[in-house]
Design a protein around this ligand. Structure first.
Ligand code: NAD
Length: 377
């Protein structure tokens, strides 16, 4: 076994069906007396339900959270939070609402309780992405990670099947990259395989019946595991691509992850045979890239970046940004290869099993050199 350091920042996690009824206890447990609630406009009603149970602890709300955490929105929420004289934050929703809670916690130091209703996983990480002037930047700080995360399966029943599918693939992407992260420890690898397995098994069931509580429980459990992997490891090409594409072209977050994952995985797989074997095991398939692509298509979600609104001339801009501030990656990044990869994702090309196999042979021939590179970064 390789030597490792396991350094795990922890959130308190409350998981179950109907756990929103524990909100009062959990908010009080954090010492919050004046809670400020955050959501997107679409989930204002969920805030109203939560608020009803703790009306005496309610200080105010802000229901304009937006994707990619625009700094202008954060500033408006910060002013409203101060005006309300709040001493704690409760975010309810997907990564947009929780990201806003994290941005406010970073600026105010107030305790933050997150109630996730998608599978994006922001709640289990010390990572905050913020967008200003069309540029998305990411930082890590332990203060960003919510003190308590309350997972209520019931709140996910309303997430539409297509959004559930792409959000689930967003979660799978976190664990798929953790499988080859240089700082993944053995517990991370166990969580990654289990998280992917739980999501891959439950998402098709949710596609058939969005109110299948058992499948929803499995999916939320898988999302928690995958998000924990994201919070504790270093990401590579897949997350870098999604970060650049989402922030630069304002593409929808989960849909972009779902479209990018099969091709980004196919790019790296030949350089990471052990991780690839774990992904095959987790997904119970010999062809993970094809299966992931077919899963996205099966939810009726776009598999092409052009269908998500990315202009074709954006490919050059994306390549430029990726190489402006390159991430470490197990397979070396080359501009021509990344441009070809982006062209394939832009047109929505299904990863080709035959080409993948021949690439494995070619890259396998230089595997020693690649793994040496990986060990040195
Ligand atoms: P989102 O939070 O924007 O939600 C998408 C839409 O679904 C919104 O309109 C929301 O109101 C709605 N919605 C959410 N839950 C619902 C439910 N149960 N029923 C009905 N509608 C529901 O999207 P997302 O994909 O969850 O999050 C994306 C954001 O999260 C991005 O800004 C991304 O950068 C961030 N993110 C951050 C991290 C991190 O570690 N920092 C990780 C993942 C995502």
């Amino acid at each position: 076994m390789k030597p490792f350091i396991s350094d795990a920042p922890a959130s308190r996690v409350v998981f179950g069906v109907g756990t929103l009824s524990d909100l009062r206890f959990e908010v009080s447990r954090l010492g919050i007396r004046r809670a400020f609630f955050l959501s997107t406009a679409a989930q204002r009603d969920t805030i109203a339900i939560a608020r009803a149970s703790i009306s005496d602890l309610f200080a105010g709300d802000f229901a304009d959270a937006a994707m990619h955490t625009p700094v202008s929105v954060t500033n408006a929420a910060l002013a409203a939070m101060r005006e309300a004289n709040a001493d704690g934050l409760v975010s309810i929703g997907g990564g947009s609402a929780i990201g806003l809670g994290e941005a406010l916690a970073l600026r105010s130091g107030l305790p933050h309780l997150a109630v996730p209703t998608t599978y994006a996983g922001s709640e289990m990480t010390p990572i905050l992405g913020q967008t200003e002037d069309g540029v998305k930047t990411t930082m890590r700080d332990p203060v960003v990670q919510p003190a308590t995360v309350l997972y209520d399966v019931e709140l996910t029943l309303t997430l539409p099947p297509q959004m559930s599918g792409v959000s689930g693939l967003n979660a799978i992407a976190h664990a798929a990259e953790a499988l080859y992260a240089p700082d993944a420890d053995p517990i991370i690898l166990l969580m990654a395989v289990e998280g992917i397995r739980a999501l891959a098994g439950s998402l098709p069931l949710i596609g058939r019946d969005a109110e299948d509580v058992d499948a929803r429980s499995d999916a939320l459990y898988g999302a928690w595991l995958c998000a924990t992997c994201l919070g504790r490891t270093t990401v590579a090409l897949h997350h870098k691509l999604c970060h650049v594409l989402g922030g630069t072209f304002d593409l929808p977050h989960a849909e972009t992850h779902a479209a990018v994952l099969p091709q980004a995985y196919a790019y790296n797989a030949p350089a990471v045979p052990e991780a690839a074997a774990l992904l095959r095991k987790a997904l119970a398939t010999d062809r993970p890239a094809q299966l992931l692509f077919d899963m996205t298509a099966s939810f009726g979600a776009p598999t092409a970046l052009r269908d998500l609104g990315m202009p074709k001339d954006g490919i050059d801009r994306a390549v430029e940004l990726i190489f402006k501030n390159p991430h470490a990656n197990p397979r070396p990044l080359e501009p021509d290869a990344i441009r070809a990869l982006l062209e394939n994702i832009w047109t929505g090309q299904r990863p080709d099993a035959w080409r993948s196999r021949s690439m494995i042979l070619r890259v396998g021939a230089v595997a020693g050199r690649v793994s040496k590179f990986w060990e040195t970064i």
